[in-house]
Design a protein around this ligand. Structure first.
Ligand code: ZN
Length: 157
């Protein structure tokens, strides 16, 4: 496995609409493993392929270091509720901001072995998936966040 360079805001690859993944093979699985390793090394909970310079519809998320999801060609097919919370992004070091997201979602995707799957998510996992899927459409959280701060806001108590 290998650590990959994370592209930072301002890099044009982060603004592109990513292409669907056409071929699920060893090369793709290796890329997903390298994305995961890069995410864990950076203390992130999610990473999207364009963040490492590959403009394809693939993301890796793991919000509890126990359940890693590799989502290929993911599509959100159901959303419920809305909740505002503070987010950051590996491509926007040291920036944080409040983003409104659906509270619960259902996402359909293809697994790393080519199986069609459905995942229901809520809380941090739902937030993370929505954040990563935005990357696939060239959208960064700083494009939609409110109250952007440098450094994480201190909680008062
Ligand atoms: Zn991000």
């Amino acid at each position: 496995m290998a650590l990959l360079e994370i592209k930072k805001a301002g890099d044009p690859v982060l603004k592109k609409i990513c292409a669907p993944v056409e071929k699920i093979d060893k090369r793709l699985r290796k890329l997903l493993d390298n994305m995961a390793e890069t995410m864990y090394a950076s203390e992130g909970v999610g990473i999207a392929a364009p963040q490492i310079g590959e403009s394809i519809r693939a993301v890796v998320v793991d919000v509890d270091k126990k359940n890693r999801y590799d989502l290929i060609n993911p599509v959100i097919t159901y959303r419920e509720g809305s909740v505002v919370d503070n987010e950051g992004c590996l491509s926007c070091p040291d920036l944080f901001g409040d983003v409104e997201r659906a509270e619960k979602i259902r996402v359909e995707y293809t697994s790393r072995f080519g199986k069609k799957k459905t995942l229901e998510a809520e809380g941090l996992l739902a937030r993370c998936i929505q954040h990563e899927l935005d990357h696939l459409d060239g959208r960064l959280f700083i494009d939609i966040a409110k109250n952007i701060t440098k450094g994480r806001k201190e909680k008062s108590d």
